[in-house]
Write a new protein. Structure first.
Lengths: 434, 124
């Protein structure tokens, strides 16, 4: 194998891993232990964590704590769904294909777009794929990226779309919510990428930006990291977005230490052939009965190889099913109501927090997440609150380590599961540590 | 000038300064029902052998290559709504694009009808 890959040693094969990330020595593990001893040892290690199920948590930043009805688990753990293979053979996969079609329909409806695919890995790669797609559609290379885009999405897009040949133009990090992206659009702009609500929570009307993009021949890519927001805010499609890339985790999927999650990608019909990812279509069989199949496969790499729209030829099936089941239980009315509960929760919390000396809510607008300016470094405050058993939020410095002007900013989220007691615990802890 | 053929089953018909290109009847039969044709943009310059579009059938996607060098002038708009025209009349109404001819000598590299028939016989 070494000869076939042109490597001289095993170390050569790992040449892309940064030296500081490579394990320097072997891990010291006993050769074997009994099941009871292992269980005890691992449980003791896990007990060192303070997790969101047992502590008041205000963590958000792209992954949100919501209630997932027990029905979701009961459905996704059914063997027919849990272990079913990729539905390449429609004659034995109608169940899987039907839920994928329903998933696509739900995503298209909530984003206000004409068609959605059967899901991507996550919101960040969906964002990157959207940028690359805009490059293909417009035959241009420039991507203007908002300073309010989640830093992980920014980095992922820079890496992936950069490799695809796009020139990524990153606007200055912006926590005030009043950015001017229109002036950054030029003749080589393929797309403008904006997150709504943005990383700091600000909610915007995307219509003016959409108009400016279209006048310049560019596409507007709207990113949504908290899909529940679309139950209360005008959909990105209705505001003029050409591509919507979103993270679906909030519906049907628990936090799970960060994953797996489910990326959403929705476009207009005229761009469908440039959209990557798996797509399920409705058709009729030889008896005229309704059936579902994977379709438009010539966009995918297993058919077109290097000429495919992307190398993805899979989807996040089980997470997409969880999303579909939860959305089915909510319905449109329930989804809107869920969004209202989230917003109300955050408004109540913001009111309580504004009353604390040394705390200022910087947002004029927000959905279920907003940014606080504290009288001191947020990272230290968060550590101190954790010691008191409260997960107080995300210190912005964690994602913007090179921006001293953001050192005192704390990102705080509240959802339908945040109780009055949780909020009082945060108010109390924050008052004490500042 | 009579129709000429490439090894990849494209045909080319020259009329003055313009060449018309399509895929052969043999090719459409191999491909099966054509469902979509990606036609090259007018104004695109191509060299002999460059990618110049794709014909998608229910079972495969097949590249079309420019048989000679020149500039694409026109795509067959009929194929947008009726891609199966290629199955019905591959060497007539199912033409795919027209182009200019930058080097007429390149036509000498191509097969005439008899040579193409022989080529097909060898494939079987």
């Amino acid at each position: 194998m070494l000869a076939a890959t042109g490597s001289k040693s095993m170390e050569d094969i790992y040449c892309d891993v940064p030296a500081e990330a490579l394990l320097a020595k072997t891990i010291d593990l006993p050769p074997h232990q009994g099941e009871m001893e292992v269980e005890r040892a691992i449980s003791a290690m896990a007990a060192k964590n303070l997790n969101t199920a047992e502590a008041p948590s205000f963590l958000g930043g792209g992954a949100y704590r919501h209630h997932v009805p027990a029905t979701v688990d009961a459905m996704i753990q059914r063997g027919e769904f849990l272990t079913a293979y990729t539905p390449y053979q429609p004659e034995v996969s109608q169940g899987t294909l039907q839920y994928l079609f329903e998933f696509q329909t739900q995503v298209a409806l909530m984003t206000g777009m004409e068609v959605a695919n059967a899901s991507m890995y996550d919101g960040a790669t969906a964002c990157a794929e959207a940028v690359s797609m805009a490059g293909r559609v417009s035959k241009r290379k420039g991507a203007v990226v908002s300073g309010g885009l989640h830093p992980h999405y920014r980095d992922t897009t820079s890496t992936i779309s950069g490799i695809h040949g796009m020139d990524i133009n990153l606007a200055e990090a912006n926590y005030t919510g009043d950015e001017d992206l229109i002036s950054l659009i030029d003749d080589d702009t393929a797309c403008v990428v904006v997150q709504n609500p943005d990383f700091f929570g600000h909610v915007s009307d995307l219509n003016p930006l959409a108009t400016a993009c279209h006048e310049a021949g560019a596409l507007l890519i709207a990113v949504v990291t908290e899909v529940v927001s679309m139950g209360a805010i005008t959909s990105p499609g209705a505001m003029g977005a050409d591509i919507v890339a979103a993270e679906g985790q909030s519906i049907g999927n628990a936090l799970n230490y960060g994953g797996p999650t489910v990326g959403l990608l929705a476009v207009h019909n005229k761009h469908l052939r440039q959209m990557p990812g798996r797509v399920c279509g409705q058709t009729t069989d030889t008896d005229g009965k309704r059936g579902f199949v994977l379709t438009l496969s010539t966009r995918e790499q297993h058919i077109r190889r290097e000429k495919a729209t992307s190398n993805i030829c899979t989807n996040s099936g089980l997470c997409a099913l969880a999303f579909t089941v939860h959305m089915t239980l909510l319905g449109e009315t329930g989804f809107a109501r869920l969004a209202q509960l989230n917003h109300a929760s955050a408004v109540t919390l913001a009111d309580k927090l504004s009353g604390i000396a040394g705390v200022q809510v910087i947002n004029e607008t927000f959905f279920n997440e907003f940014t606080l300016r504290l009288s001191g470094p947020a990272a230290a405050a968060v550590e101190a609150m954790a010691a008191k058993g409260v997960l107080g939020g995300i210190p912005v410095s964690r994602l913007y380590p090179d921006n001293p002007d953001m050192e005192n900013l704390l990102l705080v989220a509240a959802t339908e599961v945040t109780t009055g007691d949780d909020m009082d615990a945060l108010v109390s802890a924050l008052s004490e540590v500042l | 000038m009579s129709m000429k053929f490439t090894k990849d089953h494209e045909w080319i018909n020259v009329d003055g300064d313009t060449a018309t290109i399509g895929i052969t009847s043999y090719a459409q039969e191999q491909l099966g029902d054509v469902v979509f044709v990606e036609i090259p943009d007018a104004g695109k310059d191509v060299d002999q052998g460059d990618d110049a579009g794709v014909v998608e059938s229910v079972k495969a996607a097949s590249e079309i290559f420019a048989p000679i060098s020149g500039q694409i002038t026109e795509g067959n708009a009929v194929l947008e709504d009726a891609p199966a025209t290629i199955n019905a009349d591959a060497e007539g109404d199912g033409w795919i694009f027209k182009m200019t001819i930058s080097d007429a000598s390149q036509l000498d590299d191509l097969m005439d009808a008899d040579a193409y028939k022989t080529h097909l016989a060898e494939l079987e």
